[in-house]
Design a protein around this ligand. Structure first.
Ligand SMILES: Nc1ncnc2c1ncn2[C@@H]1O[C@H](COP(=O)(O)O)[C@@H](OP(=O)(O)O)[C@H]1O
Ligand SMILES: [Mg+2]
Length: 375
């Protein structure tokens, strides 16, 4: 066989295998999963670039949150543009809206955001990316198109139909500290999370080796398990939560004591007999870590009775843990309800743990907080 016909055969095989994976797959939500991995990978590259350009190399005045604002808007714009091209009928519950950017005072931020979003949109396509998603060379968008895309995140949520949630930079405080943050996306159908995905550009693949390789995507489709995909391009692994005894648990919790009461977690921990110090980490990276076996327990105990948890802060992570074999409830033992609207409604905290220990932990949570079990 001459080299030309060999190359032609290789091309045909290549086309056939790509098509058989993307369009002939019968797995539910196969296209959505492929899309979500592509969108989150691109958004992770964007947020890493924001960190390197605007946080690491600029002297920020204390309290200056502009880099995270730029990253938040640009990443939501990027994902929303891709969603509009891919699943145009699906509404979006996104953390950001473009109101402030449209005002004259928003001009400087707006220009930075448009540049960053366009830079991310035109980056070359990699395996799994589709041109029809609006990505690749030449796919720049105008300012109005991007602002409109950001504003597509204003859906009110609810109990019926398909909808996506976007948290473009979850763990904004961790992002600014150069620690953990996550790009989070989920697909809900009739208030059930069917697909959850979070990209964690700074997360060590192995928490016990913090100087080792960093950066991964966690993805789960309901009924299809939870996988970890290294951002380096190495192949994915399926995750399952190991079995813990109550006293062998280490609990994961927020770095910010305003987001989750450290003192309540301490009381719960001593009731259970946990002796190890907590792993404190920003963002939904906690759910991904729990799914892959780090710690065994994630506690989020309310600090402010008036605060309503947002659905984009929990929908993706919740499915990751459930698909890895864990249980996620509130402090009453009820499943998190993603059908109330943009928030989880009444705030009763989050208790995420392995099947074997969840009941013991829940009992300790109820003793410590006085919250009553479900009727
Ligand atoms: N008082 C409060 N109680 C609980 N969560 C809060 C809160 N104030 C803000 N948050 C949420 O906590 C998220 C971060 O969670 P964590 O502490 O686990 O990193 C924030 O997401 P953003 O960083 O996307 O704004 C924000 O939505
Ligand atoms: Mg968030």
């Amino acid at each position: 066989m001459n080299s030309r016909s060999y190359l032609q055969i290789r091309r045909i095989i290549g086309v056939f295998t790509t098509r058989s994976f993307t369009t002939m797959s019968t797995r539910p939500f196969a296209l959505e999963r492929q899309f979500a991995v592509s969108a989150v990978r691109r958004a992770c590259a964007l947020t890493s670039s924001v960190f390197n350009k605007l946080v690491k190399n600029e002297t920020l005045t204390k309290g200056d949150k502009s880099p995270v604002t730029v990253g938040d808007y640009a990443a939501q714009g990027l994902i929303s543009i891709m969603l509009k091209n891919s699943f145009p009928a699906d509404p979006i519950v996104g953390e950001e809206d473009a109101g402030e950017l449209r005002a004259d005072e928003g001009k400087v931020l707006r220009e930075r955001i448009i540049d960053l979003a366009n830079e991310a949109l035109v980056a070359p396509r990699v395996e799994g990316d589709k041109a029809e998603w609006g990505i690749g060379p030449g796919q720049t968008k105008t300012t109005d198109e991007l602002l409109d895309a950001i504003d597509r995140g204003n859906y009110d949520g609810g109990r019926t139909g398909r909808m996506w949630t976007i948290d473009p930079i979850d763990g904004t405080k961790g992002f600014l500290r150069g620690e953990q943050y996550a790009v989070c996306l989920s697909l809900l159908v009739d208030a059930q999370v069917q697909l959850g995905i979070i990209g964690c550009p700074n997360l060590p693949l192995d928490l016990s080796n913090p100087d080792g390789e960093r950066g991964c995507i966690f993805v789960a489709v309901r009924g299809q398990g939870c996988q970890q995909i290294p951002l380096s391009g190495a192949s994915e692994t399926t995750l399952s939560m190991p079995t813990f005894t109550p006293s062998s648990l280490t609990f994961l919790e927020s770095v910010e004591a305003m987001h989750s009461s450290h003192s309540t977690s301490d009381i719960i921990s001593s009731i259970i007999g946990i002796t190890r110090p907590p792993i404190r980490m920003d963002s939904q990276a906690k759910y991904g870590c729990l799914a892959r076996g780090d710690g065994g327990l994630y506690l989020r105990m309310p600090t402010n009775a008036g605060y309503r948890e947002k659905i984009w802060d929990h929908a993706p992570g919740c499915l990751l843990v459930e698909e890895a074999g864990g249980i996620v409830t509130d402090s009453r033992g009820l499943p998190l309800d993603f059908g109330v609207g943009r928030t989880l409604g009444e705030n009763y905290g989050v208790v995420a743990a392995g099947k074997e220990v969840h009941a013991v932990v829940l009992d300790a949570v109820q003793q410590a907080t006085g919250v009553k079990a479900k009727a």
